[in-house]
Design a protein around this ligand. Sequence first.
Ligand code: GLY
Length: 260
Amino acid sequence: MSVVTIQAERQYEVHIDVEFKEALKSISKHREKIAFIFSENMRDQINDLKVGDAESFYFPVADSEAAKSTKTLLQLWDWLGAAGFTRSDLIVGIGGGAITDLAGFAAATWLRGIDWVAVPTTVAGMVDAAVGGKTGINSEYGKNLIGAFHSPQSVIIDLDWLSTLTDRDFAAGLAEVVKCGFIKDVEIINLLKGKSLKEIRQDRVLTTNLIERSIKVKGAVVSSDFKESFEREILNYGHTFGHAVEIDAKYSLRHGECVA
Ligand code: GLY
């Protein structure tokens, strides 16, 4: 287990290689209500999830980019209102980058900002989307055009989620890992060189190392330029073009595939 500390509008920690239910328990002490926002494909894993004494609310949403719409956000606001969520309650986003982007934005906008925790379940979510406090949804006019900087209280990385990913999703997420290698940490490229996807997936030590190194790259950049005034733009390496490809493909390709 390791911890990467991020300095954004306030300090928070990314906990790497922890059991997410255990980690959530200690993070969510003294909360009365917790809203779990997750992909409807994960109903079986999440539907009975209970953390400590808090009352649980389950908000399944469409998967992938379909989640990042005004329609889904309106639905979430209604759910939060009906459940009586106050500023002392907590939102937990569990899923890929689209889900944590959406959950974070719901948290940023409900009551002008309530606490949230990110539990990314994909490689791209772990090394990129869930870290750094960018939250948001898409607009007809482009990806991530509606959003807010609203850092989570914590990011919980449980590597057991990785076994739930298809090879395609795992490989797509590695694009963000390779990106971190190109922009800041060449050792990432050395670690990946000559390895097949199968070899990488089977090697937990290597996978953990790659994810940790990538989070350290992202954490350092975000800590020096949270609001993207100068250095943070480097994290968009491959993304300006990648977003255009995503839109042209009507989001039928994975984000990482488009970045790659
Ligand atoms: N995904 C790019 C950033 O967080 O700035």
